[in-house]
Design a protein around this ligand. Structure first.
Ligand code: ATP
Ligand code: MG
Length: 367
């Protein structure tokens, strides 16, 4: 059930939208606000799943201002601007407009705008396993920042720390140890109802499923449960990004199997390339060839080590979709601030490379 807050100052329009929302089975009304300030206050404290805002709100604060402030106060909330055909509005997630509902509009259009329409329901999200056979190549860094870029583009994004023992996402973001994790999820069938409750709201509104805080808890998690969680998250998110362990254990294989796409993180160092070659051979043996795309992302691509992009693509017979430069300063500053660099320094070349990676993934998914 999604909770929706309505921000509308015209009583007739409010009544009409309220009646439409009442007919949506998956939505309950969190309230109707006629004033911008009261609306922002309620969105800030209650963080509803959806806020619908009249783009033509009268008074000092416009509907667009309200959208921006709700986005800042509750990044995980889906914001829908309501307008009329004479005043067209474009969705602009970076300005807090995830979708637009044009009055009078029917139930189908409303469902799509709210992200609960039939179209939204059948289309399961894309599951991306960020994998590398070699440790320390940048899996965690790329997974987290990729999730944030996709979220900034208005996608619903979940990030799963698939490294059940000594996972690092909680440390990178300095999540308090009391935050709920994978071990707080009931197994198998009961998982569906409680998965929303254990998600940590990460930067920019990325929903994070953390791995356990203590190493001994890793044994409590079954590989099959990781796959189930990934699929459940894909039901309610456009993208599920999974930070994957390097060792090909049962967990790793379950993650790779459940993924719709594998992002293989490599560098131009010969040891990494050789290991990537072996991993790709394993993927072929597992029957992934032709079944799920495997895309290469080169991290620290400026450390050429004698290898070129073309040479690497030839050696591994796979496409390179992005080259990410080394940037110790931006990366370490972002770690100090516990803010992913794509949000802390969006114009840095390292962040631009992540934009390119996200674009490549989105176009791959369209194919
Ligand atoms: N492009 C980059 N520029 C600068 N520093 C980077 C870059 N990519 C990653 N790093 C840094 O390199 C280190 C290793 O990266 P990261 O932890 O993401 O790798 P990993 O593959 O997840 O490692 P592990 O195998 O241990 O899980 C981190 O300190 C990270 O901040
Ligand atoms: Mg890691």
């Amino acid at each position: 059930m999604k909770r929706a807050l309505l921000v509308e100052d015209l009583p007739q329009v409010a009544q009409h939208l309220q009646a439409m929302l009442a007919r949506e089975q998956d939505v309950e009304l969190a309230g109707v606000q006629t004033q911008a300030d009261a609306a922002i206050a309620q969105a800030t404290t209650e963080k509803p799943d959806i806020v619908m805002i009249d783009a033509l709100l009268q008074g000092k604060t416009t509907g667009f201002d309200v959208a921006k402030r709700v986005r800042a106060a509750s990044p995980g909330t889906r914001i829908v601007l309501v307008t009329v055909p004479q005043k067209p509005v474009e969705p602009k997630p970076e300005l807090g407009i995830d979708a637009v509902f044009v009055l009078p509009g029917g139930a189908n259009e409303l469902g799509v705008a709210l992200g609960i329409g039939k179209a939204a329901k059948v289309a399961a999200g894309t599951i991306v396993a960020v994998y590398s056979p070699k440790g320390g190549t940048g899996k965690t860094t790329l997974a987290l920042n990729l999730a944030c870029v996709l979220r900034r583009q208005g996608k619903a994004v979940a990030l799963l720390d698939g490294v059940m023992q000594f996972g690092s996402i909680r440390h990178v973001l300095q999540v308090p140890p009391s935050a709920r994790s994978f071990v707080d999820l009931p197994a198998a069938g009961a998982m569906k109802t409680s998965i929303g409750e254990v998600l940590w709201e990460g930067p920019g509104g990325v929903h994070i499923l953390l791995s356990p805080a203590r190493p001994e808890e890793a044994d409590l998690v079954q590989a099959a449960d990781i796959a189930t969680a990934m699929k459940l998250l894909a039901e309610s998110h456009d993208y599920v990004i999974v930070d994957t362990p390097s060792r090909l254990t049962e967990d790793t294989l379950a993650i790779l199997d459940a993924a719709s796409l594998v992002l293989l993180v490599v560098t131009y160092m010969s040891a990494t390339v050789a290991n990537a070659r072996s991993a790709i051979d394993t993927f072929e043996a597992l029957g992934y060839k032709g079944q799920k795309p495997i895309l290469l992302v080169v991290n620290q691509a400026d450390t050429a080590a004698g290898m070129s992009k073309g040479g690497l693509e030839h050696a591994l017979n796979l496409p390179v979709v992005a080259e990410v430069p080394t940037d110790w300063k931006t990366v370490s500053e972002s770690l100090n601030k516990q803010q992913p660099f794509v949000l802390a320094s969006p114009t840095a070349p390292v962040s631009k490379a992540l934009d390119q990676l996200a674009t490549a993934l989105v176009s791959q998914q369209r194919k």
